[in-house]
Design a protein around this ligand. Structure first.
Ligand SMILES: [Zn+2]
Length: 425
């Protein structure tokens, strides 16, 4: 007993020392997405997990650890608003998740989280796992410090209609799925409310629903409408009462507009958004979270034969349509966030989307804002993350050179700090 007490005391002293640890970063250039400007010769003072001061010529306290990034461009940690980190090893065939136990899949997901963090993404909004709640387990393991990974905000499961875009389809009709592979199925406003209540109870951070068919789901039609307006409104209303926001997967024009009218925080993919949809998104302040890079990976995987044939048929032409609609939405001034559908492309390569966002109409600063200040706003955590400001978490990255001249530099992040702790230098 005495030994345990000594251990506990030592533990607390160690952790309080770590907590009050002061680090000073010298930043040659510092990108501030809040003002859309770049500051020079800044010092960032970090105490424990949080940023204490930022400015020119700040006194560095004695005993502080100094990190010299004077030759680099320093940015807030990047945020990917559409990831699937908790689906285990990359596998384009969803049915294969029924060949493994959820515990296996959760453990397979540990390297996904590490790859994401080491590539400069210190936060993700993870928008669903096939095996329900593996994402909750992954988030909690990261928060405890058991494994390295980004700050995760998780959905727990997919809220979907029977046989819908988020359901485990492609099996014979007489196969009974385990509870965690049918957790989010709902057919009526009251069933929708019940699933939202269950998810809220199980500790999720937001609600992911699917309001149109999907590309990467068997027997699905991306042009269809899934969930009626009544069901979508029930989801948003019920989620709101638990303080949760809703994001809607939608490819079809009708699915997109129904979701926006119901009051979702963001539309995922928004592939075939039409002019009315763009006007609605602008009017409602809805974010579009458009994964315009992953088309490259879907087509590449098509050539190797590992991507199911029906998925490639769904995908034909949609990629280019989405990119042109992204350009229209940016030009119209719709709120845009950064989401890649990480898991479709390999974990750790989300940075490749920045160059595509610039190619399709954004300035490099707009692309950076999509993945920092805008993303934090979409998550409802602007006071904690999204820029390098006093009081926020010390989530800080750096690249060699000027990402505003060459945004592709964000594919090769050299320095990563999360919660004041350095993970890559
Ligand atoms: Zn997705």
């Amino acid at each position: 007993m005495k030994q345990i007490l000594y251990f506990l005391v030592a533990c607390c002293i160690l952790s309080s020392t770590a907590h009050s640890q002061v680090t000073a970063i010298r930043a040659g250039r510092l990108v501030d997405p809040d003002s859309g400007s770049v500051l020079t010769d800044q010092i960032i003072l970090i105490r424990g997990a949080k940023i204490e001061k930022v400015g020119k010529g700040i006194d560095i306290p004695a005993g502080a650890t100094t990190v010299d990034l004077g030759m680099m461009t320093v940015l807030p940690g990047l945020i990917d608003c559409h990831t699937h980190l908790a689906d285990g090893v990359h596998d384009p065939e969803p049915v294969n998740r029924a060949r493994k136990l959820p515990a296996q899949i959760a453990l397979e997901s540990v390297p996904n989280a590490r790859a994401m963090l080491e590539s400069g993404f210190t936060t993700v909004r993870d928008v669903g796992a096939y095996r329900a709640l593996t994402d909750v387990a992954l988030r909690d393991a990261i928060n405890r410090g058991d494994i390295p990974g980004p700050r995760m905000f998780v959905a727990g499961a997919y809220l979907t209609i029977t046989g819908g875009a988020g359901a485990m389809t492609g099996l014979a009709p007489d196969v009974t799925l385990p509870w965690d592979l049918r957790y989010g199925i709902a057919d009526s406003p009251w069933e929708v409310r019940k699933v939202v209540r269950q998810l809220a109870h199980d500790g999720v951070d937001h609600i992911k629903l699917l309001s149109s068919g999907a590309v990467l789901t068997h027997s699905s039609n991306p042009n269809s409408r899934e969930f009626t307006p009544e069901e979508l409104q029930a989801a948003v209303d019920e989620a709101k009462s638990f303080g949760l926001r809703v994001e809607a997967h939608a490819h079809s024009p009708e699915g997109i507009k129904n979701a926006i009218r119901a009051g979702v925080a963001s539309v995922e993919h928004a592939t075939q958004i039409d002019d009315e949809g763009i006007a609605l998104a602008k009017h409602h302040g809805t974010y579009l979270d458009m994964d315009i890079y992953d088309e490259e990976c879907i087509q590449e995987e098509g050539k190797t034969g590992s991507m199911p044939k029906d998925f490639l048929e769904h995908d034909a032409q949609l990629g280019q349509i989405q990119r042109e609609n992204f350009r229209k939405a940016v030009a119209a001034g719709v709120k845009m966030s950064f989401g890649t559908d990480a898991g479709v492309c390999p974990y750790g390569t989300s940075g490749k989307q920045f160059a595509f966002m610039v190619k399709y109409g954004m300035t490099p600063m707009q692309a950076i804002q999509a993945a920092t200040s805008n993303a934090a706003d979409l998550l409802g955590h602007s006071t904690e993350i999204g820029s390098i400001k006093p009081g926020k978490y010390a989530d800080i990255i750096a690249v060699a050179g000027d990402p505003l001249a060459n945004v592709a530099l964000l594919e090769d992040v050299k320095f990563v700090m999360k919660d004041g702790r350095i993970y890559k230098h």
